[in-house]
Design a protein around this ligand. Sequence first.
Ligand code: 6CS
Ligand code: FE
Length: 301
Amino acid sequence: MNAAVDVYPSRVAAPAGFLPRKDPVVYRDVRLGQPGPLTESEIAFYEENGFLRFESLFSAEEVAGFQEELLRLRDSEEMKRAQEVILEPQSDEIRSIFAVHKNNNVVFRRLAQDRRIVDRVSFLLDSPVYIHQSRINYKPGIHGKEFFWHSDFETWHMEDGMPRMRAISCSISLSENNEFNGPLMLIPGSHRHFLSCVGETPENHYEQSLREQEYGVPDSESLNWLVDRGGIVSAKGPAGSVTFFECNMMHGSNSNIAPWPRSNVFYVYNSVENVLTKPFCGLAPRPEYIASREVDVVKPL
Ligand code: 6CS
Ligand code: FE
C-alpha cells in the first residue's frame, strides 16, 4: 500500500461523498504582480471555474498540419496493432491513441512544447512541468461513444499515485466541436470538491476503463449536487481552440451520432513537484504510455 498519507481516499465502500479540496487551484502567488501569459481576469476566472477557453489559439494553417498527422496515425497499419491504440467499445474504430507526445511523433511532440500552452500551465502551477499523459480522442462520426462524467485526478490519484491536485489538462480541438458531435462538457466549480467514489478498482482496470469507464465515476446524487451549483459548460468552438481544465474538474462528453468526427488532442501537464508515487488503490502502476514516470521537463518552444 502507498506509504504516503492518502488525503484523497476513493474507491471505498458506500456511500460516495465529497471531501474538500486541500490544494490551491492557482499555485502562482499573483500578488507578486509579475507579468505573465494570463490576465488578472483570466486567472480569477480559472480559480473560480476550474477552466479557461481560448478560441482559435492555433491558426487554420497549423490545424491543417495537425489534422494531416491525425489521419496518418488513424490510417497507419503499424498503429492498428500498437498498445497505445484504444478501440471504440462497440466497433473497431479508433477511440484514442495515447503517448502521442513521445519521440516517434514529430508533429504532436512539437505541439506539446508550444509556448502558447506550456507558459500558461507553468504559470498556473508555478513550476516546471512534464507530461503525465497525452492522447488523441478521435470520437468518430456516427459511432463515437461517450466519455461518462469523471474527474481525471480521481483516476490519476488512485491508479497512478498522483499525490496532489497540481496538474492541468489542455484539450486542443482538431475538428470543429459543436452541439451535435459530442463536445467536451465541464461543470464549473466542480474542481473544488473531491468526490470519493464507491467501488474497488479492478485489476488492469485501464483495459476496460479507457473504452468505457465504470469505476471512479460519480453517483447521480453527487452529480446533481455539482450541476445544481455550477451548471454545465460545453467547450464548443472552431478547430484550433484550446480548453485548459484543472485535473479535478468533473467533465465528460456525449456520444457522437452526427456524421462529423470530434477529434481533440489532450496533453496533461503535471508539476515536477507532484511526481507519481505508488497507486493509492494498491494495485500495480499503469503502463508508461498511460501514466508517465519519466519526468522529462518540457522546454517551451
Ligand atoms: O484513465 C485515464 O487516465 C483516462 N480516462 C479518462 C476518461 N480521462 C482521462 C484519461 O484519458
Ligand atoms: Fe478525462
